[in-house]
Design a protein around this ligand. Structure first.
Ligand SMILES: [Zn+2]
Length: 99
């Protein structure tokens, strides 16, 4: 997967960046952060590539939930992003071709 520098979600463009994310008390954040109204996604850079990719999906699902008032809890978001990531990895080329 190529994590892009921008991603369009629900017609809105979000900036995507890798960063060394820490919490307010300085602990490393292993996942990511996103801001639905400020239109950005940040992903922890200091983790394996597969974890960055799964986090990218996780943040997209989180934003889709917020933008559409889905009221997904965090377990549901994590399960969806993990399972979707597996499907995408286990089925190479499923999104290739003309659209
Ligand atoms: Zn989350």
């Amino acid at each position: 997967m190529n994590i892009p520098s921008k991603v369009k979600i629900g017609g809105k463009i979000f900036d995507v960046g890798l960063a060394n994310l820490t919490s307010v008390n300085g602990d490393k954040i292993y996942g990511g952060q996103s801001a639905v109204f400020r239109h950005w996604i940040k992903i922890q850079c200091d983790v394996p590539e597969s974890q960055r990719e799964e986090t990218f999906l996780h943040e997209i699902i989180e934003l889709i939930g917020d933008m559409n008032d889905l009221k997904l809890n965090h377990t549901q978001i994590s399960t969806l992003s993990n399972c979707l990531y597996q499907v995408i990895c286990d089925n190479k080329n499923i999104f290739e071709g003309e659209r």
